[in-house]
Structures are given as structure tokens and as C-alpha cells.
Ligand binder design. Sequence first.
Ligand SMILES: [Zn+2]
Length: 279
Amino acid sequence: MIYLILLSVPAAVLAWYLGSRFRGHWKQQRRRRLQAAPFPDAWRELLQQQFALYRKLPDRERRTLERHMQVFMAEKVFVGCNGMEINEHVKLLIAAQACILILNKATDYYPGFATILVYPETFVVPVTQRDGMVHSDMVSVRTGESWHRGPIVLAWDQVLQGARNDRDGHNVVMHEFAHKLDEENWQMDGLPILSDPQQYGPWKQVLTDAYQQLHRAMELDQPNVIDDYGATSPAEFFAVVTETFFEKPQQLQQQHPQLYDQFKRYYGSDPVQWVQRES
Ligand SMILES: [Zn+2]
């Protein structure tokens, strides 16, 4: 009996190992097929008209974005809430903005969740505030939400506005998907998985300095390209700086050159080049 148990444990481990290798291989094959599928001209036309950042991208990066979008749209599940109709337009604009973040970085396409809930406009969620023994039930108005290891929730009017205006530093899709990148190591703390282990030291140093600088700027009422909401927590700081990096790259590079360099290394993209190319 003991021999049977001793033999069955390695057999189970081997079966699990082979199974995961096979699933990984099958997933890569399927993704390669999706990436190779033709990207319809009508989709390109829609992106040209409604996604300002797409117009700035060099051709090579546009094609890369389109390949990522094909996988993203096939793997994520879009669910309309409060009467919101899900069509190609909705999927395309969410996919395009989410995939800008992973355009030039190694990616597993936001693993750990699949569902994207879309409301027609800003939505309210019930929240309970506790102050000692006092509990207050309130509602909070949201443009987007990212649940830990769960769905992303987006307001469609904000998705549209984010796609059309790529200079105001606000983009709800980028913000919520930055949270998803942040939690790939199971913790949402402003410290995502970095490709080079040597990078963790400089990352922590530069982001901590910039986070403290933002707090000081707010106390002294001084202007800062990073939105005040970034001062809420290190996790919000990472998401807000991501929006700034893609939407106000030149200002971010001028005010916080080291921070810009850290984000450029992390995302593998250099949005200052995209803006310079356009002007
Ligand atoms: Zn957030």
C-alpha cells in the first residue's frame, strides 16, 4: 500500500506538470492564431476617428496594438449593465486603451480575471464609513473600479471621453488596467512585477521620492503634473502616474525625469516620441 502511495505522488506531479505544459502550449498556439487574424478596415477606421493616441503611433506599433487587441477581445468577457448594449464599438475602444499599456511589454493579457462590466455612465456603489462606533451608509459615484482578482467595472461615457481626449491626463481604462498589472504579484501596492530584479531598488526609491514630492506640493499648493488623487496611496499613485505617462508624457518627463525613465523601462514604450512625431 505504501509503495502505491509513494508511486502515485510523483505520477500525479508529472501529470500536473505535463497538463500545465500542454495548456500553456495550447494557449500560445491559440494566441498566435488570433494575432494573425486579419484586422478589419472598419475597426481601423473607428480607431482613427475615436482613439486619439492611435493616430500618434508609428505604423509598426499600430500593428502590434491591433494584434494585442485581437487576443484581448477574444479572451475577455464584456457584460453590459443598466441597459448598456455591448457591441464591437464598445469592445474595440476598451481593448485599445487597455492594450496600450501592454503594447511593448511581455504580457499574459491581464491574467486572473476575465469579466469587464460596462455601465452606460458613471455609477454609484454603496459604501460604509466607520468612525469608531459610528457606521455611516453612503453612496460613492464611480467612473471605474477594479476588484481584487475580480472584474473591472467601467462607465462607457468615461471610456469614450478617455479615448477621444489623450491630453488631459485622465483615462479610466488605463487607470483600472494599471491596477490589474499592479496586482499580478497578488498585492496592489504600486510595486508591479519588474522584468529585471535589479530594477526593484531604483523603482522603490524613485517612486517613493515622487510620491512624497506630490504630498509636499499639495501641502504648499504648488502645481504638479500628477493628479492629487495619486496621493491617496502608493497603488493609486502607480495608476495615476500611468495615466500621466501616456497622456502628458512631455510634462512628466520635464517635472519628474527619473520617474518618467522608470515608467519607460517598465512599459517599454516612450510616449514622448509619439507626441514629437505628431508635432
Ligand atoms: Zn484607482
